[in-house]
Design a protein around this ligand. Structure first.
Ligand code: ATP
Length: 221
């Protein structure tokens, strides 16, 4: 069991961060910020400002070309963070020939939890009628709800959600809102959402500079 007294607080910190898909074309340049949890923080910036790119950095997939990006005090690329961090990208990435229940089982294995956890959450989203269907047969909204449940399975300290409300029905949005509002008591939730649904509690909003070369995030209140 993890000793909560020595465990670092949930946080995301960028220190002089430069990030991009090729070294000569940085998307985020010399960016510094710190988000401390537990809380819900919203990342709000115009299209193309680099929100998804920053998320790829926080996921550990995209490595900084300069500076540092830390999650709970550890470099985002460190595999040790896998159990503490969840990232739900905007676009589902599912195996077309596996069933919904196969995906939920796999998510539980990767998160080290009982598969009943994602299965009961999926039921809350009304997904049980699709459990035995291959994901290639699912509608866009159904695939999106499955993706959200998979990517947020198990316990975590930091979760990043990229447009989780896009393409889901109102009832599912309400379930997502109540889950985020519960997570913010123990975890850091970083949310990208162009519009906020009713009832969602946001503690902090952070922007991104529109152009590169700015050293601090803009205020986006
Ligand atoms: N996989 C990629 N390879 C190369 N360039 C990319 C890639 N993904 C994004 N970009 C570029 O990075 C820049 C920032 O894109 P990004 O998707 O991070 O912005 P965003 O703020 O998330 O935008 P949106 O709100 O439209 O989703 C854009 O110029 C985009 O073309």
């Amino acid at each position: 069991m993890v000793d909560q007294t020595t465990r670092p607080r949930p946080a995301i910190e960028a220190i002089g961060l430069t990030l991009g898909y090729s070294p000569d074309r940085p998307v985020v340049q010399d960016l510094s910020f710190r988000l401390d949890g537990p809380a819900t923080a919203r990342l709000d910036a115009p299209n193309g400002a680099g929100k998804s790119t920053l998320i790829e950095g926080i996921s550990g997939y995209l490595r900084p070309t300069h500076g540092d990006l830390l999650v709970c005090g550890t470099k985002a690329s460190d595999p040790a963070l896998r159990t503490r961090r969840r990232v739900c990208r905007a676009k589902p990435s599912l195996h077309p020939n596996l069933s919904m229940v196969d995906h939920l089982t796999l998510a539980a294995r990767l998160a080290g939890c009982d598969r009943e956890e994602p299965i009961s959450r999926a039921k809350e989203f009304g997904l049980d009628e699709w459990f035995d269907y291959r994901t290639s047969t699912l509608s866009t909204g159904t695939a999106k709800r499955l993706w959200y449940v998979m990517c947020t399975t198990g316990e975590f300290d930091v979760v990043v959600l990229d447009e989780p409300f896009n393409g889901v029905d109102e009832e599912s949005s309400r379930v997502i809102v109540s889950e985020i509002n519960a997570w913010r008591h123990n975890s850091l939730v970083l949310l990208v959402a162009h519009a906020l649904p009713d009832g969602l509690r946001v503690d902090e909003t952070m922007g991104l500079p529109r152009t590169t070369g700015t050293s601090h995030p803009t205020s986006a209140s």
